[in-house]
Design a protein around this ligand. Structure first.
Ligand code: SF4
Length: 274
């Protein structure tokens, strides 16, 4: 199913309840990214067929697309897991900013968006529970596989300043920045509460000339800076969010994982506010 086809199933009011700033962004996330169509309370999911598509829209469909993505993700998890098995955790732990549990259990331990993570050769665990979401596994295995990167530049830049990032800038905006802006519009205090729960460290907003500013170590060597400007209705300015990265961030993770890490941060901020 194409995004515009799914869009027809929404009321197109751009109310933001699904966590996306616009119905079109939600439709794209459902049909291209495997997002759950039930996140829009106004979509009649009963008209989605067995494959997830309305019967008159032909083959494929929402869950068909999601299913294919799922298979691709699972294959990537298996590949990365085998790569990580070759790594000596005791040697890379400090470069990754992780703790190492010692030779008996041989696990890496670190924080990720408020979760206590244990990563071993058997799998990835949050608070002792095995992680099922393949995209979280891909991100965390990838992080370990990259080995922690090099020295930080200390300079914050937007994704558009990173090399070969043109196609990712829009993805970051739709899946992360616009979602957070729409969700926390008029809710500065709630955003601060959620940010604190993922270990956000607040900055001087006067200096940044915004309403909320915080730094968060999404992974030990992956800091992000989030700037939030609330809506100014009288002036006609919508709410806005900008996510910044260290200029050397691509030594820590690839672009794709970076966008996903940003998307997960957005989801955690919203989830922890409920
Ligand atoms: S919940 Fe999302 S998709 Fe549904 S009407 Fe609101 S903005 Fe559109």
């Amino acid at each position: 199913m194409q995004p515009l086809e799914f869009l027809k199933l929404t009321p197109r009011t751009n109310c933001g309840e699904c966590g996306y700033a616009a119905c079109l962004a939600f439709a794209a996330a459902v049909t291209k990214g495997g997002e759950n169509p039930r996140k829009c309370p106004y979509v009649d999911v009963s008209c989605l067929g067995e494959g997830g598509a309305p019967s008159e829209m032909g083959a494929g469909g929402v869950s068909g697309v999601a299913g294919l993505l799922d298979e691709k993700d699972k294959a990537l998890v298996a590949h990365l897991k085998s790569k990580v098995r070759e790594i000596d955790f005791s040697l890379v732990a400090s470069k990754l900013g992780c703790g190492w549990s010692g030779p008996a259990t041989d696990q890496l331990r670190f924080r990720y968006l408020g979760y206590e993570v244990t990563l071993s050769r058997e799998g990835v665990f949050f608070g002792g529970k095995e992680v099922e979401e393949p995209r979280d596994q891909i991100l965390l295995y990838n992080y370990v596989h990259y080995g922690g990167g090099g020295v930080r530049s200390g300079e914050w830049v937007g994704m558009e300043s990173l090399p070969n990032s043109i196609s990712k800038v829009r993805t970051l905006r739709v899946y992360c920045e616009e979602r957070v802006a729409a969700y926390f519009c008029g809710k500065n205090a709630l955003l601060r509460e959620s940010a604190a729960r993922i270990d956000g460290v607040f900055e001087d907003i006067a200096e940044q000339s915004c309403n909320v500013s915080f730094q968060v170590a999404v992974l030990p060597c992956l800091p992000m800076k989030v700037l939030f400007w609330d809506e100014e209705r009288d002036e006609g300015f919508p709410p806005r969010v900008k996510v910044l990265f260290d200029r050397n961030v691509l030594a820590v993770l690839d672009l794709e994982s970076l966008v996903f890490a940003s998307e997960r941060m957005a989801e955690r901020l919203m989830e922890l506010s409920r």
